[in-house]
Design a protein around this ligand. Structure first.
Ligand code: FE
Ligand code: FE
Ligand code: ZN
Length: 277
């Protein structure tokens, strides 16, 4: 069965998210580790986390994915922004260590020359200080649409960053379907070729999760706008290919479509219906 969930609000805590996931038919979920547009993180309620860990084990929920806040810019040349990203990422990973096997997804950031060597050095430098060989959390670089100064629109950049990091075993990639499509990778008519390209640059063994979103604009639009599943340019045939592809079908999928939780519930059922096993 497709392991799929969606982005959930942390308002109700870990147990609240776990119960909501089950209610909508999800087997995993994503959440913001802190306010997506700010730095503030709620203090971790360790009792809530402990009860959730048991609940997740009993119900086969996971791996859960913490999404880093959008205010981080690991690719920034500004030393203060670098320090800030380092501090927040280390703190986020420390919090996620309380939920064993969690994924931590982040955007590589923005830079005036997003394809430059300098970018690779800046992001890798941060990862080299925040990743620890004994950590259980797997950190994922997200594939981005590459609009404007956004880093991560090319697989080569992600590959170069990973190559420059010491604890590569704690590092992977989350493929966002809407982002790669906007970046020009044709996952509708050429999914196999795109994944071969990914394999040649990054390596398929690094691919650890999928952000499952339809795309509001056509291929190579360069615009990061998500659509509900089946209502965008990837479409149901596109997603049928995606959920059944041998390189993707066993990965955890996370929906970030414009939806409320009942809408997510319908999308989860829809995508499971497209899967052949
Ligand atoms: Fe993201
Ligand atoms: Fe995403
Ligand atoms: Zn997006």
């Amino acid at each position: 069965m497709l392991n799929i969930g969606c982005h959930l609000s942390t308002t109700l805590g870990y147990m609240g998210m776990g119960k909501e996931a089950l209610r909508i038919g999800a087997t995993t979920f994503q959440f913001f580790t802190r306010n997506p547009r700010g730095a503030k993180a709620k203090a971790l309620d360790l009792d809530d986390v402990a009860i959730f860990n048991g609940f997740a084990r009993d119900h086969g929920l996971g791996p859960i994915m913490g999404h880093a806040s959008y205010t981080l810019n690991p690719a920034s040349r500004d030393a203060h922004k670098q320090d800030y990203a380092r501090e927040i990422m280390a703190d986020d990973i420390g919090r996620l260590e309380h939920t064993p096997g969690a994924l931590y997804n982040f955007h590589p950031g923005t830079h005036p020359e997003p394809l430059s060597e300098e970018v690779v050095g800046l992001v890798a430098d941060i990862l080299n200080t925040v990743l620890r060989s004994d950590q259980r959390t797997l950190v994922l670089l997200e594939t981005m649409s590459g609009q404007g100064s956004e880093v991560g629109g090319r697989f080569e950049t992600l590959a170069a960053i990973i190559d420059s990091v010491a604890h590569k075993d704690r590092l992977g990639v989350c493929l966002d379907t809407a982002h790669v499509f906007a970046a020009g990778y044709d996952i509708v008519n050429g999914l196999d070729g795109v994944l071969r390209q990914f394999d040649k640059t990054v390596g398929l063994k690094r691919l650890r999760a999928v952000h499952c979103n339809d795309a509001k604009f056509p291929l190579a639009s360069g615009k990061d706008r998500h659509a509900a599943i089946g209502e965008g340019h990837i479409g149901l045939d596109g997603f049928r290919g995606i959920v059944n592809h041998p390189a993707l079908k066993d990965l955890p999928f996370y929906l970030e479509t414009p939806n409320d939780n009942d809408g997510y519930s319908r999308e989860i059922a829809l995508l499971r219906g497209l899967k052949k096993d």
